[in-house]
Design a binder for this molecule. Structure first.
Ligand code: RB5
Length: 144
């Protein structure tokens, strides 16, 4: 059984979060949502950290969305064990799973349409880490 896909956003990523939740559920994946739950202005680090804690607890994958994707990726990468990648295309999404074993995908609603978001999310969720020399390199994040 596959692990749930965990979603989080601030107000600027809320609409895309709702669209992508429906899309990812249609792929047959269980979806969890740590908020936000409206378009009311809020602070993205709160949702980034909530999502990261759940991703680590469930050993799962997460998708974080804000206006640009930048703030979410900066906040998420502060959590040890989280490898968050801001991706603007499917190639980046595929490579960050294959080589970086990214466990959080960051997207920006203000520059990306829902079709591109769906395509990037699908690629991210369906690509497996290659391991091998890439595991050695990831291990250096915590040992150097
Ligand atoms: C909110 O206005 C915006 O700053 C936020 O969504 C995000 O883009 C920050 O990096």
């Amino acid at each position: 059984m596959s692990t749930p896909v965990i979603f989080g956003s601030d107000h600027a990523g809320y609409a895309l979060k709702e669209q992508l939740k429906t899309y990812v559920a249609s792929l047959g994946r269980e979806v969890l949502d740590v908020g936000t739950n409206s378009l009311d202005s809020c602070d993205y680090p709160l949702f980034a950290f909530k999502l990261c804690d759940l991703v680590l607890e469930k050993n799962s994958l997460g998708i974080l969305i804000c206006g640009t994707g930048l703030g979410m990726s900066m906040a998420a990468n502060r959590r040890p064990g989280i490898r968050a990648a801001l991706c603007s295309n499917e190639y980046m999404a595929r490579m960050t799973r294959l080589h970086n074993n990214a466990n959080v995908l960051c997207l920006g609603e203000r520059w990306m349409g829902p079709g591109l978001g769906e395509s990037i999310a699908k690629t991210f969720l369906e690509t497996e880490f290659e391991g091998g020399r890439h595991q050695r390199r990831i291990d250096l994040f915590d040992t150097l």
